[in-house]
Write a protein that binds this ligand. Structure first.
Ligand code: NAD
Ligand code: ZN
Length: 241
């Protein structure tokens, strides 16, 4: 894999506009488990997709919030710090590259690492809003209430994350950013969640060089010019050295 890292460095060095699609694997080294580890921890009689769905929220907000908290281990944002992977991407921007991060993560760590162009495609854990009057509420309010209710109208708050059954609002902008790039990097995603997993499909079809850093193979690996099946932190530290 030393050869692979060398090739990856070439691809990164040669591109000025880089789009980076990141997933939960990006933040495991910050101590936030990915979906694979969360699955099964909290319930055996409902799939993850059913629990984190807009249907479930509407049917039973209290049960939804109990499951949601279990799955996402909502803690103070300050409990988690960006890792070398996040910092690597922020440093690329400092090098003068135009880096657009398309993230499926809802933890806010890319922004905290200093990346400036971040599209949070699945929303953010840092706020919850009222479905009726739209009033946003900060995470510390959400944490203090088992079933957080709107301070203005009393309705059950919905986390500002994109739930299963909801559209991904910025998906068109994300595709555009990928298709405008000279390199698409995918980091820490199983590429199982649609429609985001079609971003590398479209980019590869358009002839844009694509590289992946992910522990485990994905079903789209064949599309990539290069797949590094290794840790993100290790790989990024090697790229920087
Ligand atoms: P996923 O859990 O389906 O896949 C994560 C992938 O990352 C796995 O294939 C795993 O092998 C790989 N991985 C884990 N740690 C790694 C590391 N250190 N180095 C290299 N590879 C590593 O995640 P997904 O594709 O993002 O899809 C799951 C959904 O879960 C997303 O929609 C996301 O919104 C949500 N989610 C977000 C967070 C977060 O914000 N941190 C955490 C859990 C789930
Ligand atoms: Zn309200």
């Amino acid at each position: 894999t030393e050869r692979q890292v060398q090739y990856l460095r070439q691809l990164v060095d040669g591109a000025r506009r880089i789009a980076v699609l990141t997933g939960a694997g990006m933040s495991t080294e910050s101590g936030i488990p990915d979906f694979r580890s969360a699955d099964g921890l909290w319930s055996r009689d409902m799939s993850l997709a059913d629990a984190v769905s807009v249907d479930y929220f509407q049917r039973d907000p209290a049960a939804f919030w109990r499951a949601f908290r279990d799955i996402f281990h909502i803690k103070l944002v300050g409990d988690y710090q960006p890792n070398d992977g996040h910092r690597f991407l922020a440093a690329l921007e400092e090098d003068g590259k135009e880096v657009t991060i398309l993230t499926q993560n809802i933890d806010g760590l890319h922004g905290r690492a200093g990346s400036r162009r971040v599209l949070e495609l699945h929303g953010t854990l840092l706020t919850a809003s009222c479905p009726d009057c739209r009033t946003p509420h900060p995470l510390d309010y959400v944490q203090r209430h088992e079933l957080p209710a709107c301070r203005r109208c009393g309705a059950a708050l919905k986390p500002d994350v994109v739930l299963y059954g909801e559209a991904v609002p910025m998906i068109d902008v994300a595709f555009q950013a990928a298709l405008n790039a000279e390199l698409l990097l995918v980091m820490g995603s199983s590429l199982e969640v649609s429609p985001v997993n079609l971003i590398p499909v479209e980019a590869a079809r358009a002839g844009i060089p694509c590289a992946l850093i992910n522990y485990t193979p994905t079903r789209f690996d064949a599309l990539f010019d290069l797949c590094v099946h290794a840790g993100i932190g290790d790989t990024c530290r090697q790229l920087r050295s």
